[in-house]
Each structure stands twice: as structure tokens, then as C-alpha cells.
Design a protein around this ligand. Sequence first.
Ligand SMILES: [Zn+2]
Length: 254
Amino acid sequence: MPIIDSHIHIDTRPYEDFEKLAINLDCAITMAHDPLKPYSMDIIRAHFDKILYNEVQKANKIGLKLFVCLGIHPRMIPADVNYNILKEYLKNKDIVGVGEIGLEKCTKEEIEVFENQLIMAKELNLPAVVHTPRTNKYETTKTILEVIEGLNLNNNENIIIEHCTKETIKMIYDTNLKMGLTVQPQKLTPLDVVDIVKQYGGERFLLNSDSSSAPSDILGAPKTVLKMKINNIDKEIIEMISYNNAKEVFKLNI
Ligand SMILES: [Zn+2]
């Protein structure tokens, strides 16, 4: 069964994990994040360059198909934030979306940067990958939905709300937005995904491991696919959440 891990941070992982992904998955999508203190926009550029050039090249060499989303993470906002620089990067051929963006503490500055990037994603016809935090997840997800609604993007099928839980799915389900299911220690277990899929079906969900420098399971996606098979989830539904939905929303050429 084909598998895409729709959200990882490959630049935080060792060479051996590139190999594990290449062996066990068909493709992965890597996102910008917060690797260093955002002293200036130059730090962001160096981060983007590393992902877009070094990591993609490393992945290609080892046989891992890797796509890239770039954006300014809410924990990575520099004082001299420059949207023109971001826009230039987003024109690269390996870019499939804007991410990850979103809110962490819901400050005025975070909301402004989030809004600007949502608008940019829409203008460039790219999907947007939206981070929700571990702390105050319910309240912050609510604010994120309000910001999206304020921009009239509530029906936008190209927005993915990430790291959803059983609690937050209920409120996101009333929109047309997509939902990322993250299988990671301290987030969802493969069995949580089985429960969610049994209740909601697979139509708007994307599976991922969000593998980063935090506790992660690089094989979270294939392990969840196996758990879904064992628990008799329809093949069609498994394929939707582990492959087809990501392929469609990110318009992947695979
Ligand atoms: Zn992430």
C-alpha cells in the first residue's frame, strides 16, 4: 500500500532516517520550523536554503522522494520579517506548500504573520500547513479557525490544520478544512487514528509523524497503516489518509 508522510522535519533527522523513509514510504513532505533563534531574516534564509538544497539533494541521492513546504513558523518570527523573500522561495519547483505556519501563543504579531502567509498561499495557489501547539491546543485551534474565517477562507480545501486531537477535530469538522493526524509520542497513537477514522471516515485526513528533534517515531505513518489494516479499516479509507489526500492537496507529481 502506498504511503506518504505528509509532515516531517527532515533537517533534524540523521542520515539513517532518510534511509528508513526511503525503504518504507513512497514520499515525504518536509516543513520549515524553528531550528535557531530568529535573530534576523538571514537566519530564516539559511534554514530555507538548508532544506531546499542540502536536504533535498541528500534525499534524492538515497532514493527518497522529498517535497518541501516553506513558511515562517510562529516560534520563528524575526523582527525584520520580509514577505518578498519568502515569496521568492515559494516559486521554487520543489515547493508544494506554505508551512508550517500557524499560532503558538496567539500574540498580535503571530496573528499578523499567520494572516499574511495565509493570504500569500491563496495568491500563489499553494496549500497552507497550519501548526497547532501542545499547550492551550483547544483555545489556540479556536483562534486559528477564527483567523481563517476572518479571511473568508473557511471553505478553503487547501488548508491543513495540523496535530489534531479527538477534541479539536469536532470543531474543525464543521469547516471544509483538511486535518493532519500526527502519530508521535505525546500526540496520537496508531490506535487513536484507528478510532478517529472509524468515527469520521478518511475523506479530509492526512497522516504524518511530524518527526523532528522532539520525541518522534520516523516510522509512525507505516506503523499506523499496519494498525488500520489489522483493525479492518477499509482499504479505500486507508489509502485516502495515508496517500491520496496528500497527493491531491499538495498536487504531488508522483
Ligand atoms: Zn511540525
